[in-house]
Write a protein that binds this ligand. Structure first.
Ligand SMILES: Nc1ncnc2c1ncn2[C@@H]1O[C@H](COP(=O)(O)OP(=O)(O)O)[C@@H](O)[C@H]1O
Ligand SMILES: [Mg+2]
Length: 266
């Protein structure tokens, strides 16, 4: 059976542009206020970096965009998160569908204890897609996008767990891309990786931004400077400054931003 899913990779004329917005967002974990009222517009088809000291709310804020906090005990949110103008916390929103559109890559590579092929095909298979030819095509494309294809093409049936950490993280990104999201959230995707693997992921992020809206949390300010178009500096649950990365790193408006980027705290 031929599947109807169109691929933006196969057909680059399919332009995907999706913007994210936060309106008066507050997040509580029980009595603790983790996000203290943030308004933000995140631009489509750009890379936006979230920086700030540990515990300032970067992950919490990032996870709002695919509702990954929903199951956290004590989590409560006020305000609105909109994707293309649609409030994703409305009752009628299909969260499964949302997470397909808004993919996520975590700090530690988390491949399933399955073959390389099965890892990448996983998201398609759970959607009920079983067309072998199509699956192989998508797996190949996704692995090519993350520059892993040449390294694994002769070993697609090998366990993903046998790959190096850097390869595993690229595999996890391929797994995310295979279901063709339009937005990719990355929470410190290179913090567990060696410099060479980190460079490969950074190169990859750069390549992907034409097709995807990417938000990346990073501890590493050099990384934010290298990969992102825009940078947002968070401090204690507040968005202190948000600007083009060039401006923020060379001529920040706020003293707190300057102190942070010059390494005076954090
Ligand atoms: N599941 C949770 N339960 C209670 N508090 C949490 C939970 N997750 C995060 N927090 C708290 O919320 C604040 C922001 O955390 P987080 O978003 O992880 O920050 P960051 O990613 O910037 O390090 C921290 O004070 C943290 O301790
Ligand atoms: Mg975090």
């Amino acid at each position: 059976m031929e599947t109807k899913i169109k691929s933006a990779v196969i057909d680059p004329s399919i332009k995907k542009k999706h913007k994210l917005e936060a309106k008066a967002v507050k997040v509580y974990y029980d009595g603790f206020t983790a996000i203290k009222g943030i308004d933000m517009n995140i631009k489509a088809n750009k890379v936006t970096a979230f920086i700030g000291p540990s515990g300032c709310g970067k992950s919490t804020f990032l996870r709002l965009f695919n509702r990954m906090n929903d199951y956290v005990d004590g989590f409560r949110m006020e305000g609105e998160i909109l994707i293309d103008g649609e409030n994703i916390y409305k009752k009628k929103v299909n969260v499964e569908q949302l997470r397909k559109q808004v993919g996520m890559v975590f700090q530690k590579p988390n491949p399933f204890p399955k073959s390389i092929f099965e890892n990448v095909a996983y998201g398609l298979k759970i959607q009920g897609i079983n067309d072998k030819k199509y699956l192989l095509e998508r797996v190949e494309e996704s692995l090519k996008q993350v520059a892993l294809w040449d390294e694994v093409k002769d070993n697609l049936n090998k366990s993903a767990l046998a790959l190096s950490g850097g390869q595993q993280q690229r595999l996890c990104i391929a797994r995310t891309l295979a279901v063709e999201p339009s937005i990719i959230l990355m929470d410190e995707p290179t913090s567990a990786l060696d410099p060479l693997s980190t460079a490969k992921i950074e190169e990859l992020i750069y390549q992907l931004k034409n097709q995807y809206t990417i938000v990346i949390v990073t501890h590493n300010m050099q990384q934010a400077g290298r990969v992102s178009d825009y940078t947002a500096f968070f401090y204690m649950g507040e968005l202190i400054e948000y600007d083009s990365s060039k401006k923020l790193f060379t001529n920040p408006e706020k003293k707190q931003t300057e102190n942070y980027i010059t390494g005076r705290f954090g």
